[in-house]
Design a protein around this ligand. Structure first.
Ligand code: CAA
Length: 259
């Protein structure tokens, strides 16, 4: 499939990489781009040889938000009834294999929200995160008021949503929004290293780990722990569990077959 707003490639046959590619608009996220991103991630998700995905942008911008030009004229009825702007964003959350956001430059508004929809964020040292929608007379519309406080706590989330200020990479790492910060020229190597490592693990265990960590944000502690326990027990039905534990006991490298 050919795309106009993204570039798609694979690495070592097991990592799927999507690069957002609307450079003139700092990768502003219009419907066409989000449709293509959703389609590309779903295709990788359905491909048995792919074990992990990376979403990235350019050095200057991961994404500067939803496309303001496209939505400037919308009425309430357009936005609500047509559910434009964010109608196709939740597709990303339906992907079951891990998605890493490799973020350089601006990740603002919907760009920050898109990064937070990914499973974890590896940032370049020039990354800038923000929810500046308040400056446009609106609020975040793709989960920013919900995922940001879960990631960084109420104080910083309120600060960012109410003032629209940006957070640099160092602050984002301190606050827990990103998992690692590296120089820009090391960012893709770092993300690829993590993705290749994940892709070599049992896909079933990886999917279960993702599902279970996500559950932590959607349920109380005892429900979440019970959910985790059931998945943990279920993994003993897989050949990969036998392989992983036998490899450890016999001091050899595990060779997972994803079954
Ligand atoms: N939508 C559409 N176009 C955008 C854009 C966006 N979100 N962000 C940047 N662009 C365009 C600019 O209009 C400009 O285009 P032209 O060259 O044709 O004028 C081009 O990208 C370069 O931008 P700037 O000249 O502004 O570059 P800068 O370096 O001076 O500033 C910036 C960079 C601080 C990121 C600034 O562009 C900016 O503030 N952008 C808007 C950020 C924003 O408000 N994002 C939230 C959008 S609302 C949203 O996302 C809702 C939601 O929750 C889903």
């Amino acid at each position: 499939m050919s795309y106009e707003n993204i570039e798609v490639r694979t690495e070592a046959g097991k990592v799927g990489i999507v690069t957002l590619n609307r450079p003139k608009a700092l990768n502003a996220l219009n419907n066409a781009l989000m449709d293509e991103l959703g389609a590309a991630l779903k295709a990788f998700d359905a491909d048995d040889s792919i074990g992990c995905m990376i979403v990235t942008g350019s050095e200057r911008a991961f994404a500067a938000g939803a496309d303001i030009g496209a939505m400037a004229k919308y009425s309430f009825v357009d936005a609500y009834k047509g559910d434009y702007i964010t109608r196709n964003w939740e597709i990303i959350r339906s992907v079951r294999k891990p998605v890493i956001a490799a973020v350089s430059g601006f990740a603002l508004g919907g760009g920050c929200e898109l990064a937070m929809m990914c499973d974890f964020i590896i940032a370049a040292d020039n990354a800038k995160f923000g929810q500046p929608e308040i400056k446009l007379g609106v609020i975040p519309g793709a989960g920013g008021t919900q995922r940001l406080p879960r990631a960084v706590g109420k104080a910083k989330a309120m600060d960012m949503a109410l003032t629209g200020r940006m957070m640099d990479a160092a602050e984002a790492e301190r606050a827990g929004l990103v998992s690692r910060v590296v120089p820009f020229d090391k960012m893709m190597d770092e993300a690829l290293g993590a993705a290749l490592q994940i892709a070599d693990f049992s896909q079933i265990a990886v999917m279960a780990a993702k599902e279970s960590v996500n559950r932590a944000f959607e349920s109380g502690l005892s429900d979440g722990v019970m959910f985790e326990r059931r998945l943990f027990h279920a993994l003993f039905a897989t050949a990969d569990q036998k392989e992983g534990m036998d490899a450890f006991v016999n001091k050899r490298k595990a060779d997972f077959k994803h079954q």
